[in-house]
Design a protein around this ligand. Structure first.
Ligand code: 45D
Length: 172
C-alpha cells in the first residue's frame, strides 16, 4: 500500500505546477534548504535509485555554462524536447529526485548556477512552502516524487510536448 493518495498532497502538486517556471525552481530550492540534513542518499527505499545514472546526468549538466544550466532546468519543468530532457525522462522517479538533489547541492558549491543573491520567494510560492512544511516527511517525499516525475521529455509518450497548456483552473 504505497501512498494512500492524499487529496491534500494532490492539491499541493497542482498548486506547485500552477506556478511560473522560475517560481517552481526557486520554491524547489527553498524546500531543499528547509529540508537540509534530513535528506540522505542512504534513505530507506534507496534500492530503487540508480546513483550512477543520476550522477551521469548531473555531470553533463555541471559541464554546461551557468546560463545553459538554468535553461536546462527550465526545459525540464516545461517538458521541452531536448537531448538532456529526454535522458531525464528515462530515469526512474527516485533517480529523478536524486538528480534534483545533486543539482541543489551543486548550487551550494556554485557548480550549478545559484539563486541571485537576495532572491525572495514570490508570495504564492512562499505560501506553498508554508503548506509543504506542515505535511509529514513521508508525504513530502511523495509530493516531491509527484513533482519531479512528469518533468523532462518522455520519449515514449508522444503527447507530452502538447500537454503544457492544460486549462488547469482550480478555484483556490
Ligand atoms: O536568475 O528513497 C531563478 C534519495 C530566478 C535516496 C534562478 C531520496 C532567475 C533514495 C529561476 C530562481 C536521496 C534520492 C536564477 C529518497 C535566476 C530515496 C535559479 C530522497 C538563477 C527518498 C533557480 C531525495 C535555480 C529527496 C537554479 C527528498 C533553482 C530529494 C534550482 C529532494 C533548484 C530534493 C533546485 C530537492 C532544487 C531538490 C535544483 C528538494 C532542487 C531541490
Amino acid at each position: 500500500m504505497t501512498s494512500v493518495t492524499s487529496d491534500n498532497a494532490t492539491d499541493l502538486v497542482k498548486a506547485f505546477e500552477a506556478l511560473a517556471t522560475d517560481h517552481q525552481l526557486a520554491l524547489f530550492y527553498f524546500i531543499y534548504k528547509e529540508m537540509g540534513g534530513s535528506i540522505t542518499p542512504a534513505a530507506p527505499g534507496a534500492s530503487s535509485v540508480s546513483p550512477a545514472i543520476a550522477e551521469g546526468l548531473f555531470n553533463q549538466v555541471k559541464d554546461l555554462s551557468h546560463d545553459e544550466q538554468l535553461q536546462l532546468q527550465r526545459d525540464l519543468i516545461e517538458k521541452k524536447d531536448t537531448e538532456l530532457s529526454r535522458q531525464y525522462g528515462g530515469l526512474g522517479e527516485t533517480t529523478k529526485l536524486l538528480f534534483w538533489y545533486l543539482l541543489a547541492q551543486g548550487m551550494d558549491s556554485s557548480d550549478i548556477i545559484p539563486l541571485p543573491s537576495g532572491y525572495e520567494l514570490p508570495s504564492a510560492a512562499a505560501d506553498l512552502l508554508t503548506q509543504i512544511k506542515t505535511i509529514d516527511f513521508q508525504k513530502q517525499i511523495t509530493f516531491f516524487r509527484d513533482i519531479v516525475a512528469p518533468m523532462g521529455f518522455d520519449a515514449t509518450n508522444s503527447f507530452t510536448s502538447e500537454t503544457s497548456e492544460q486549462p488547469v483552473k482550480s478555484g483556490s
